[in-house]
Design a protein around this ligand. Sequence first.
Ligand SMILES: Cc1cc2nc3c(=O)[nH]c(=O)nc-3n(C[C@H](O)[C@H](O)[C@H](O)COP(=O)(O)OP(=O)(O)OC[C@H]3O[C@@H](n4cnc5c(N)ncnc54)[C@H](O)[C@@H]3O)c2cc1C
Ligand code: SF4
Ligand code: SF4
Ligand code: SF4
Length: 397
Amino acid sequence: MNNKLKDETILYTYDSCCGCGGCMQICPKNAITMKTAHAGGVYPKVDTEKCISCRLCIKTCAFQKEHVYPSAIEGYALVNNNKKELGQSASGGAFSAIATNFIKKNNVVCGSVMKYDKKVRAEHMVVTSKDQLSLLYGSKYVYSSLLPLYRILEKYLKNGKKVLFSGTPCQVSQIKLMFDKYKSNLYTIDIICHGTPSEQIFSDYIKFLEKKNAGKVIDFKFRDKCYGWGKYGSVVLLKNGEKQKIDLPQEKSSYYTFFMEGNLQRENCFDCPYAKSERCSDLTIGDYWGIEKYQPDILKSNNGSLDEEKGISAVLVNTKKGKELLENIDAALINAKVEDIVLGNSQLRHPVPKGKLYDQIIKAYHIGGYRTVENIFLFKRLKRGIKTYFTHAVKKK
Ligand SMILES: Cc1cc2nc3c(=O)[nH]c(=O)nc-3n(C[C@H](O)[C@H](O)[C@H](O)COP(=O)(O)OP(=O)(O)OC[C@H]3O[C@@H](n4cnc5c(N)ncnc54)[C@H](O)[C@@H]3O)c2cc1C
Ligand code: SF4
Ligand code: SF4
Ligand code: SF4
């Protein structure tokens, strides 16, 4: 961020802004708007005519704060007992089990939902009844906008409602900063985070898929449990009035592959101050990767009780409120070592490394749109295919 807001039109640097829009929300002069810029991400832009240099925007930006957080108190392996909720969740259904229990007590829950109206995108929303909760289930590997949320969230907190906010660590950190005066009623869950590509890149990818398949995307899952835990996703298209489901294996999707390789994320994710074992939330949830190494005896394949095919969540309890969130939930909860969860998940130790092709891909995207990103992907696959072919041919000889 720049000190002389009067002299500058830009409030951000690409590597220290997650596009949360908190600064825009807080500005007393409505001098900030969110504009699409680098890698299709939204960033704040200051209207220097309106700005009075009060610096409230800077004081309210979580990226400008020191990031000192407590270490986790306890760790757990968790599997939701409700089969339907487990099937709709990316991991072991930790979020659905906790949120279901929380909303039952007349509280509200806030999380990310995939929207399919004008453009396919992720956005945060507040849910007030159990029937709507499933909208929030599942991982959306894309920036989820908080912009429509701030005012609604404030209304509930002002009215004395207990709110459970779930999101990426940077979102949790921003929400906690903005609503500090309501902190006794604010409960937070953050996800272990591999970073988020921009809304624009994602929706351009969807448009590309729609054109290629001559249909309209009406459902998109990055992780579809029909195929097992963490295997792959699916897309449902509406074609000539009929629904068609297509599998989305990571290696066949340019977006998915480049996301996993760190080739599509917003710039700030490569320098993420939250990618460590000390956490900013009450409770951290993620996949319990490495469980077969650290706790093999609890797995169904070894006559234990947890089925690895259906997904197993890793849970870190960071505060007393986090512990409270786990009370009376309908789930199997087995003690796990915090160190094992941290060892199994690299984003609890360091940010996602920037992919080798990142600069090339983002440059291509800016020049030629998503089609050029897809071309880089196809070329890469072709090169790998030729290499594999010749390696096998040499081995046969
Ligand atoms: C962008 C992203 C990167 C991730 N990276 C990792 C990782 O590196 N390692 C790991 O172990 N787990 C990672 N996860 C978390 C994992 O995929 C599951 O979301 C998590 O384990 C929760 O699963 P669940 O079964 O408890 O609940 P689910 O029902 O699958 O998850 C729903 C929860 O995720 C939140 N959520 C979903 N998409 C978004 C989004 N775009 N922005 C903010 N919040 C969102 C919802 O608000 C809700 O709280 C990532 C998730 C996302 C969205
Ligand atoms: S991180 Fe959020 S509050 Fe900070 S500059 Fe970016 S949009 Fe504004
Ligand atoms: S310094 Fe004050 S007036 Fe200027 S953009 Fe920031 S919040 Fe708005
Ligand atoms: S990697 Fe860090 S900066 Fe990027 S979305 Fe996740 S928490 Fe935010």
